[in-house]
Unconditional design. Structure first.
Length: 413
């Protein structure tokens, strides 16, 4: 009943769903505990060893929360660990990277106009760069600079800016932003897996053995947790950016990414200051607004988009694309796509209000149509997602033509 492509689409959907749910759980608990930690108040009657306490009301009841600076005098009978949200978020995110960007590397990962590399090399670069991110970051944290929080954050920002520039020089704009998100999220999740949880386990082991835990483990874990707090919002931006080509598919995309990291800092600084009772620094919202306006300006700075020569583009068709161009029914499909889709999906869209092709998808030449054959099949053949609201009146027979063409190319007939 279902062909392989349909199964893969549903697998992507299922994994994306898991990723979104676990990310919400991880980010929610992270923000909650940062706010809780900053909002603790020291009171005279607090038990010895506590940093402070807080009263909260939710769900029809009151909660009395106390935090011990290092550890309580004895190991509590019931201890809840917050770690699986982080682990499953990373695992599901990596699964999405494999399903979308590795299996679809020729479409989403590498772009011959950006960098001449094979898909296999692109995947290898992707894996190595993500691993490099954690190694470099962890080295910086464990170096002498780790004792200087400000210098460490500046160096981390420099590393992220360098990666933003580097990714945009070798990958598609969409893949570059996604990899910035994966690069940063790996640092965050590895902080939990390699530092925060192991340090907490050392403290627990000391308590169970009757030893006094060393305060350094909690201090290190808190530093990494603070880094995660400031990196969260940029990661969310990069993960949803694939829906907005004005962010990732512009000439200054790496500068846009650099400004996004700064916005993550200004926004979190406001909430962290508020939760800590240090006032409400309104200047952070002014700074965030100015940064966002700069992002908007950079996205439209290149007002003219070069229109490639169709004959040259035709000659650049890869062997994979030639399979779809040579398949029975391609000429009919090309006419359908040019008539129903290319008013928006072209280098210079003709639809009112659209300044740049949605998701940077261009369907104005034969190789481009062939390159996106799978998406055309899913979006306009099997489903009715495109054209949106069927504004260009694609007929049912045209959708069937697309389906027959795609399946003919798949079967080699």
């Amino acid at each position: 009943m279902f062909d392989t492509i349909i199964w893969i689409e549903w697998l992507e959907f299922a994994v994306r769903w898991v990723h979104a749910v676990t990310a919400i759980a991880w980010i929610g608990s992270s923000f909650y505990f940062i706010a809780l930690d900053l909002g603790l108040r020291k009171v005279p009657e607090s038990p010895p060893g506590t940093q402070g306490e807080q009263w909260q009301v939710h769900g029809g009841g009151f909660y009395h929360i106390q935090k011990y600076l290092v550890a309580p005098a004895r190991m509590p009978e019931h201890l809840i660990w917050f770690k699986w949200e982080s682990y499953i978020t990373w695992v599901s995110g990596f699964a999405m990277l494999v399903l979308v960007y590795y299996l679809g590397a020729d479409l989403y990962l590498v772009d011959a106009s950006v960098s001449e590399m094979s898909t296999n090399v692109g995947i290898l670069v992707s894996l190595c760069s993500i691993a490099f991110g954690w190694i470099a970051y962890d080295f910086l944290c464990k170096s002498k600079l780790g004792n200087n929080s400000t210098a460490l954050m500046v160096l981390l920002y420099a590393l992220l800016v360098a990666m933003a520039w580097g990714y945009t020089q070798i990958f598609t704009g969409r893949a570059a932003f996604l990899h910035l998100g994966a690069f940063t999220a790996t640092i965050m999740s590895a902080n939990v897996f390699f530092i925060i949880i192991p340090n907490q386990k050392i403290v627990v082991a000391d308590l169970m053995a009757g030893r006094t835990p060393d305060a350094k483990y909690g201090k290190i874990a808190k530093q990494r947790s603070t880094h995660n707090n400031y990196l969260t919002l940029p990661v969310i931006f990069f993960m949803v950016s694939n829906h907005y080509p004005l962010a990732f598919a512009t000439e200054y995309n790496w500068i846009i990414a650099s400004l996004v990291f700064l916005m993550g800092v200004t926004i979190r600084h406001y909430f962290n200051s508020t939760h800590a009772g240090k006032g409400s620094p309104i200047w952070t919202w002014v700074a965030t607004t100015l940064l966002f306006l700069a992002v908007m300006a950079l996205s439209v700075a290149p007002m003219y988009w070069a229109t490639e020569n169709t004959e040259e583009d035709e000659a650049m068709a890869t062997p994979h694309e030639q399979i779809y161009i040579s398949a029975a029914g391609f000429e009919d499909v090309q006419d359908i796509v040019l008539g129903r889709c290319s008013m928006c999906h072209t280098s210079e869209p003709m639809w009112d209000g659209i300044l740049h092709p949605p998701k940077d998808v261009r369907l104005d030449t034969a190789p481009r149509i062939a390159r996106l054959a799978r998406q055309i099949y899913i979006q306009a053949g099997v489903s009715r997602a495109m054209p949106p609201a069927n504004v260009s009146y694609m007929e049912e027979e045209e959708r069937q033509t697309i389906i027959k063409w795609y399946r003919a190319a798949q079967s080699g007939s």
